[in-house]
Design a protein around this ligand. Sequence first.
Ligand code: SAM
Length: 217
Amino acid sequence: MDQTEAVRRYFDAQADSYDEYTGDGAWTPNQYLAGVLDTLAAGQVEVRTALDLGAGTGQTLEVVRAAYPQARLSASDLSAAMLQRAALRVPDAHLEVADISSHVARLTESFDLVTAIGCLELVGDLLTVLPRLMRHVNPGGHVALTTQALIDGQGAEHASTALAGADGDAPRWCYSWSTAQLLRALPGGQLRSSHLFTAYHRAGKPVLYELLLIGKG
Ligand SMILES: C[S@@+](CC[C@H](N)C(=O)[O-])C[C@H]1O[C@@H](n2cnc3c(N)ncnc32)[C@H](O)[C@@H]1O
């Protein structure tokens, strides 16, 4: 079983319980995203079109919708079961079941805002995907993304960890890149803000994420 299939199966199985176990502050990235988008909106940055990658059950889309009520929203996710919940949460969003790498490779439209929250650490070819994605960000537009922070990397620019699969499934690989590598993979992008925070706890230990807001000049 390849990584994509292992991730799809994992999240298909999580779909019924995801919103419950990520509630009550157990999953924080979308709170940080809300703060960043509030700052953008307060700065009169207009968003008419937005794309959310790895949309899951729609928690991120809901934050984008709250910051930009008039925006036309598109989103995708590998897991049809997760996206079914997103369709209930944000009914007017255009949703597509798709892998991030292949979705980005066949994009024809460009967006004022692209969000990717809590999913890019599962994308092994991220450094190929990001430059492609930047071609689909409008001038003056933004990308808000999280990655699992590279902590204690002992000088490495990249690390990967295997997370045990459920019920004998293959492990899911979780990747981290240095901030410098991520920024190099976003040509034409300028770092507007960076936040380092505890996203959730795994086996009782905090998992640190970085939220980057990149502006395209
Ligand atoms: C932790 S959830 C985050 C969902 C949502 N953004 C949130 O913050 O609640 C990660 C989501 O990313 C999706 N995902 C992971 N790898 C993916 C890939 N390669 N292509 C598309 N979706 C992917 C999973 O199916 C899952 O729904």
